[in-house]
Design a protein around this ligand. Sequence first.
Ligand code: FES
Length: 142
Amino acid sequence: MTRKDFFAKVGFGAAVVLVPTCIGGLASSCSGEDEGSPTPAPTNVDFTLDISTGTLAVNGGFLVHSGIVVARTNTGEFLAVSASCTHQGTNVNYNASGNKFICPNHGAQFNSTGVVTQGPASSNLTQYNTQLTDATHLRVFS
Ligand code: FES
């Protein structure tokens, strides 16, 4: 291999390594496009969901309704917290295996009651009450 060939291959390899790094960096620092503001936590909440079908019919499922993420744990309990991440407002997802909420944008994590366990978020999500009103209906309320 000539010196020219070596640098040609190393240069290409470095470009392959750097491109994904830069793309990954877009999510947090290369661009301001993902910057947003948290939506204020809903107030005066009182709605009922049919849990006989859809994602809440099975343990580990979750959905977002009226700005609130409602989740069913792996043990069948129901959780409800404000959906908007307190960092920049991306809706959080429920992670059933860890029984926690995770923001897909920058990785903030919140426990099952909405308390921050990992930044960059520094404020908690708002927790709401849940109550089964019968075998197939879940009430979510302030
Ligand atoms: S929006 Fe940044 S961690 Fe959620």
